[in-house]
Design a protein around this ligand. Structure first.
Ligand SMILES: Nc1ncnc2c1ncn2[C@@H]1O[C@H](COP(=O)(O)OP(=O)(O)OP(=O)(O)O)[C@@H](O)[C@H]1O
Length: 219
């Protein structure tokens, strides 16, 4: 599979007079799994929304394989995004949601035959538990064809076995996609990432695994 690189240059985001992201440069290659850490309100979701083109207030230059790209043109399918908040409508059945997202049988089967989702096909999304719904949403975004994937709190509300399965899938797919993951359960992240970024005061810097605990304890 071809390798791709996403490069973001000089990302700037302010809400009113408050600067959230300050002159951030960021590079992610397919095959890389990077963690995004930071205290509440540091700007992790804002960064992921910006990188996936869903935050229209962000200002930056984006390149894929050195070609300038407009990430807000989401039909170009550069970066997929799992948002922190639930997004699947409650009143529809799991099978219908999956068929809507994936018209092809191959991808439908990958999701519907996922062992931890198998017994839920005919349930409406609204009666799934929080963890079941989050797991479904993760799978929906995970199998999209985009080469880059932003996962905002994918472990939130998941049971330990589901966390393990999400980690397995991310590691398997890590060889094909460039993945950035943020989660407050940062130990789940550190188990699967090669590099970790800390977002503080609008700036992004690499952080070593053994320094992460210290930052969160200082809180
Ligand atoms: N649409 C918005 N308008 C104004 N301020 C916003 C908006 N979205 C986020 N903020 C502010 O930007 C800052 C960063 O928020 P963001 O959600 O990106 O942080 P986070 O690191 O993801 O936080 P958490 O870990 O708590 O989810 C916060 O102070 C938040 O209140």
């Amino acid at each position: 599979m071809d390798k791709h690189t996403l490069y973001i240059k000089n990302l700037q985001l302010s809400y009113g007079r408050k600067t959230i992201l300050d002159q951030i440069d960021f590079k992610l290659k397919t095959g890389d799994i990077h963690g995004l850490l930071g205290l509440n309100g540091a700007g992790k979701s804002s960064l992921m929304q910006s990188l996936s083109g869903s935050n229209k207030k962000a200002d930056y230059h984006a390149f894929v394989d050195e070609h300038s790209v407009d990430l807000t043109q989401q039909h170009l399918q550069h970066v997929a995004y799992l948002p922190q908040d639930p997004f699947v409508i409650k009143g529809v059945k799991v099978t219908d949601v999956v068929q809507f997202w994936y018209p092809d049988h191959e991808n439908q089967d990958k999701i519907l035959y996922e062992p931890m989702l198998h017994s839920m096909h005919h349930k409406k999304v609204g009666i799934l538990s929080m963890g079941e719904r989050r797991f479904l949403e993760f799978l929906l975004v995970f199998y999209l064809p985009h080469p880059f994937l932003m996962l905002d709190e994918p472990f939130s509300g998941l049971a330990p076995l589901q966390i393990q399965r999400v980690q397995e899938l991310i590691k398997e797919k890590g060889s094909q996609k460039g993945i950035l993951i943020s989660d407050h359960y940062y130990k789940n992240i550190l188990q699967i990432t090669s590099h970790n970024w800390m977002l503080r005061h609008g700036k992004l810097s690499l952080i070593k695994t053994d320094e992460v605990d210290k930052v969160y304890r200082k809180k």
